[in-house]
Design a binder for this molecule. Structure first.
Ligand code: AHR
Length: 656
């Protein structure tokens, strides 16, 4: 901690102890017409990565887990992984086996399927959906809603009978009208719709009426009203999409994170071409966070989501390096291989923006979106550093710029806030790529954020920063999690006042990670939590939403006269609104006079987040920390407000 900060804190603490609260009145002064920097219009956005089951088991509306029997742990291969999420031979008295097979698969990208050999009885097997430490499993269905299911089946040669698809309880009791199919000896898709008569944690059951062998692959169950259910391959979980809509994001970064780079082996590079086209032909891959990625939420769905959110798409492509932070088991792409790989990136841009007469533009049109997605940003690399990165960055950067000079390229500053890695990255950028936007990532203590609100004040005003990943990390609790509590959210809010003040330099910022499925998380804290049925917003989410709803066009010069060194502020404006953001991270309430020139008399509204320092939300107390709103009056340019201890408040004044 800097010595001056310590001294200032001690002085503030002493004063707080000595003076009564009434003597602590302070002033925040600003003239609405005295503007300083022009603010970025892409300041607050989102970073979506399939971590914590954020895509599969989360935002992607598929209710089945391991729907295509491709589950495999690349680092620790066990054949049983292919059985994950399924239960076999569930009928008393039936005799049969379930075997993983690879001969004559559905297609070469979907190599594994299950063969069921039935000797006797009505053999039933079922997909149980996602299970976790906090959820016994099952596919959550609601009474009266419609669900669409399908499965690919083949008569393995000697099967006589029919296959029934049924939505049931785990016991086998039917919840909706089932359907039976006579199957052929070619792979074929069989579809059915269910309207359950009860709200249940159900299972998708397959009952084999007959004997012989049946091949099974690629099953699916989705709510018919999923967001984007008219997309060719299903859609997204509507309640989670709504939480993203409510953040009003200006960009959407995807698919990682480490996921974009891949880990350990080259086959784990995120290959965007595996994630488009019909879902049964998307090559699944292991997820660096410990589960499989179905890629059902692939690049097409990503671009569609960005468009629906009104957010600029911002894909991150790997730079030819596997995640440098992990124990890499294969060499990076050679220089020659990197040159060849550049074509994949160009193809991605063509998929996004190309005319429908181009190869990849035609695929986009086939998938239902002939209009271009208007891609403007592209990040090359995630958390990369050193010359091993920059030699590859140079090749990819030049290849992209040669064909698409108008694309804004984002380069990596590595995985840490300070030290030689970002210093080297910045020296390379300043000398060779001054026009790139630099992606900084840091996960630091709350105190670090409070002490570094001056970080960007000294950055040259010609540089542009994308704060692509950040969050305040509190100490890990006995439950093994770093908390999403009010204090961490306020430290982020304090830092965001500095981001806004410097939004000529910090042109984009996104909290990370975005989502986590309760009981299945690999990383904490996370902005949005969910379980099979519900969503739980964190104080950190509320801060992001409050700030994103009140971004100005320009920063307004302001002065805050207070003894409390833990009060942070920024004033911004649009054509007709003035936003005053004040964050009090101290344990003391503070009366403050807002002295605002060129603001007409009237009523201002405010939104406030406050509570106990360690207060957090949970699935049983979702609104324990939630924003409240209120009004205050401004007369003659003056408005007296009370800032509670541990609070963030945003005042909105009408300028017209
Ligand atoms: O946000 C979680 C991870 O943190 C990201 O995948 C990675 O970029 C960073 O290390």
């Amino acid at each position: 901690m800097r010595i001056m900060t310590i001294l200032r804190r001690m002085a503030a603490l002493l004063l707080c102890l000595l003076l009564p609260a009434s003597a602590m009145a302070s002033t925040l002064a600003a003239d609405a017409n005295n503007t300083t920097v022009q603010m970025s219009d892409t300041l607050y956005g989102l970073f979506f990565e399939d971590i914590n089951y954020a895509a599969d088991g989360g935002l992607y509306a598929e209710l089945l887990q391991n729907r295509s029997f491709e589950y495999e742990d690349i680092l620790n291969p066990k054949s049983a992984d292919h059985y994950t999420g399924w239960a076999f031979n569930m009928t008393f008295g039936a005799t049969g086996t379930a075997m993983v097979k690879t001969e004559n698969p559905l297609n070469e990208n979907n190599p594994t399927y299950m063969q069921i050999n039935v000797e006797k009885g009505e053999y039933r097997f079922a997909n149980l959906g996602y299970q976790s430490s906090t959820f016994a499993g099952g596919v959550p269905v609601e009474e009266g809603k419609t669900y669409k299911a399908f499965v690919w089946l083949r008569n393995a040669g000697d099967f006589e009978g029919q296959v029934e698809i049924s939505l049931t309880k785990r016991t086998g009791k039917s919840l909706a009208v089932p359907k039976r199919f006579t199957i052929t000896d070619e792979w074929q898709k069989y579809e059915v719709e269910f309207t359950p008569v009860a709200t249940e944690d159900a299972v998708l059951s397959f009952i084999i009426h007959g004997t012989g062998s049946v091949d099974v692959d690629m099953a699916s169950l989705m709510p018919a009203d999923a967001f984007g259910s008219d997309w060719p391959n299903g859609g997204l979980r509507a309640d989670l999409v709504q939480t993203l809509m409510d953040l009003n994001p200006s960009f959407l970064r995807f698919p990682g994170g480490c996921v974009a780079e891949g880990s350990y082996y080259r086959e784990n590079f995120y290959n965007w071409k595996d994630t488009v086209g019909p879902i049964e032909a998307r090559r699944e891959n292991f997820n660096t966070w410990g589960y499989m990625q179905s890629y059902g939420l692939g690049y097409f769905e990503y671009f569609m989501l960005a468009e629906a959110l009104g957010a600029e798409p911002l894909p991150v492509v790997h730079s030819g390096l596997l995640c440098q932070a992990r124990d890499v088991k294969e060499a990076p792409l050679t220089i020659e291989e990197t040159k060849a790989y550049a074509q994949d990136i160009l193809d991605l841009v063509e998929f996004a923006n190309g005319d429908v007469t181009t190869e990849w533009g035609a695929l986009r049109a086939d998938m239902g979106h002939p209009e271009p997605f208007n891609l403007k940003y592209l990040a090359i690399g995630n958390e990369n550093w050193d010359t091993i990165y920059w030699t590859r960055f140079d090749i990819l950067y030049r290849a992209v710029k040669e064909v698409y000079p108008e694309l804004e390229i984002i380069s990596s500053a590595g995985p840490v806030a300070e030290g030689s890695l970002p210093a080297y990255a910045w020296s390379v950028v300043r000398s060779k790529y001054p026009e790139t936007i630099v992606d900084e990532h840091y996960y630091m203590s709350g105190e670090w954020f409070l002490e570094n609100t001056d970080r960007y004040d000294s950055y040259p005003r010609t540089t542009r920063v994308f704060l692509g990943e950040y969050a305040a990390h509190e100490a890990t609790q006995p439950n093994g999690r770093r908390p999403n509590n009010l204090y961490s959210a306020l430290c982020e809010a304090a830092y965001m006042t500095a981001i806004e003040r410097n939004s000529d330099v910090v042109v984009m910022a996104s909290y990370a990670p975005l989502m986590a499925r309760e009981g299945m998380q690999q990383w904490t804290p996370d902005m949005i939590w969910f379980n099979a049925r519900e969503v739980m917003l964190t104080p950190n989410y509320h801060i992001q939403a409050m700030f994103a709803a009140t971004v100005g066009d320009q920063v307004v010069a302001s002065e805050c006269d207070t003894m409390n060194q833990l009060v942070y502020h920024v004033v911004t404006r649009t054509e007709d609104k003035l936003y005053v953001k004040v964050v009090n991270v101290s344990a003391y309430p503070e009366e403050m006079m807002l002295s605002l020139s060129n603001v007409p008399d009237g009523t201002a509204i405010y939104t406030q987040l406050t509570g106990d320092r360690a207060a957090a939300n949970s699935f049983v107390r979702k609104d324990n920390v939630a924003p409240v709103s209120g009004e205050c009056t401004i007369t003659g340019g003056q408005c007296t407000v009370m800032l509670p201890a541990y609070s963030a408040t945003i005042y909105t004044f009408d300028l017209k």
